[in-house]
Design a protein around this ligand. Structure first.
Ligand SMILES: *Cc1c(COP(=O)(O)O)cnc(C)c1O
Length: 403
């Protein structure tokens, strides 16, 4: 059964809170979390929500209430997670390219840490030796996921320590008696093939015997969710079975059974989110009809940045004739949400819903063109409430005047 907000619910929210507005549906996050836990129940697994997808503090609290752990990509995210009430042991900090001082802050906070460079690994060894367990982020050199811009595991990627440098890693481990608890991989986003994760784990299997204190294999995130009706999400039950057989084929070193960690971001929060916008102007340029909306790449940059497809629906005119519209924003850049998209006849003033807006939507928003960031609303148990107010003009000046 699909968990979704209805057209009427969305229209009511647009009327009550105005547009543009981001709407999140709590029960959808819960349903996605349950899919993960039930598929992976055949393995010893822990789920860490990659919160860079959506960090609204109420969302973090809700995710915590589900019993989910959290993965952070900056120390500020670690602080948000602590603020939301997560226990340090539920928090994972997977860093890349950060200064060592942030790693020291993370150690002080007592959270799990994955390190992604030989340089920081060496500094870690010098500072903590065997005293603080650590994870090592490896670059598996596999190309995976939706497109090059969101792939992180290939052989030109900045992420992780290339596996072919395992000698250097082992030297550091030996020199500083590092307590390596976790080996980590994160190959990219929008990965629909279970085989990518299996390939990743195969690469790790070869390294396991070198790390006697290993407890965790962290396979990162990147599960795919459908953005269009032709797309399918990563088949999790199949993935779980493939991983289980891979484990069964590899009797593990030291007789220890390893725990598997995952860091899904998009999978948990993409589909729970809707960006509601209103149509400002219709413009017929004879080749196409533009529907210019009161939003743009300042609120949702994924179409511009990644050529991402987002399903769009005209909520106000569900019985209108289907016609092609090019949905564009109001920013002084080409910020096209959709080209020649078939929509129910669009009229000025209509409210459009942009789907799959929960992950990397509000989170990547900006004040470009001195536009204001929109409100965020959470629907839980059929009730909606404001979880971030819309910015006002004064907010633009807040950090500039009276210094
Ligand atoms: C971004 C990120 C994730 C989440 O990726 P999704 O595609 O949103 O699932 C997980 N782990 C790490 C290290 C990341 O950087």
């Amino acid at each position: 059964m699909s968990v979704q907000l209805t057209r009427e619910q969305l229209l009511t929210i647009a009327r009550e809170y105005g547009t543009p507005v981001y709407v999140y549906h709590a029960e959808k996050i819960k349903a996605q979390f349950q899919k993960l836990t039930s598929a992976f129940s055949i393995l010893d697994t822990k789920i860490f929500y990659a919160c860079k997808a959506l960090t609204n503090i109420q969302i973090l609290r809700y995710v915590k209430s589900l019993g989910c752990n959290i993965d952070c990509s900056s120390f500020n995210e670690v602080q948000l997670a602590l603020h939301a009430g997560f226990d340090p042991r539920q928090i994972l900090y997977t860093s890349n390219g950060i200064s060592f001082s942030e790693i020291q802050d993370a150690v002080k906070a007592g959270v799990h840490i994955n390190i992604d460079s030989l340089s920081n690994l060496e500094k870690f060894g010098q500072a903590y030796g065997h005293d603080y367990p650590v994870g090592i982020r490896l670059r598996p050199n596999i190309m995976a996921g939706g497109n090059m811009k969101i792939a992180t595991g290939h052989d030109r990627s900045k992420f992780g320590i290339p596996v072919e440098q395992h000698r250097e890693i082992l030297n550091l481990v030996q020199q500083y008696q590092l307590h390596v608890r976790t080996l980590h991989l994160h190959s990219g986003s929008d990965i629909k093939e279970p085989e990518v994760f299996v390939k990743g784990i195969e690469i790790l299997f070869d390294l396991i015997p070198h790390f006697p204190e290993l407890e965790v294999l962290d396979l990162g995130g990147g599960f795919k969710v459908p953005y269009s009706s032709e797309e399918k999400e990563t088949p999790l039950p199949e993935l779980a079975h493939q991983l289980k057989s891979a484990f069964d084929l590899h009797p593990l070193a030291n007789g220890k059974s390893l725990q598997i960690w995952f860091e899904p971001g998009k999978f948990l929060v993409s589909e729970c989110g809707y960006l509601l916008v209103s149509v400002n102007v219709l413009k017929d340029n004879t080749k196409e009809v533009f529907a210019g909306v009161n939003s743009g790449l300042n609120h949702l940059i994924r179409p511009t940045l990644y050529d991402a497809y987002h399903r769009i629906e005209n909520l106000s005119n569900p019985d209108g004739v289907m016609k092609p519209f090019t949905v564009t924003g109001y920013i002084c850049e080409t910020d096209t949400f959709a080209t020649d998209r078939l929509l129910n006849q669009v009229r000025e003033g209509d409210v459009l819903a942009i789907y799959n807006a929960g992950a990397y939507g509000f989170e990547m928003s900006s004040n470009y063109n001195s536009r204001l960031k929109p409100a965020e609303v959470l629907v839980e148990g059929g009730m909606s409430r404001l979880i971030r107010r819309a910015e006002q003009f004064e907010d633009l000046l807040r950090f500039q005047e009276n210094l």
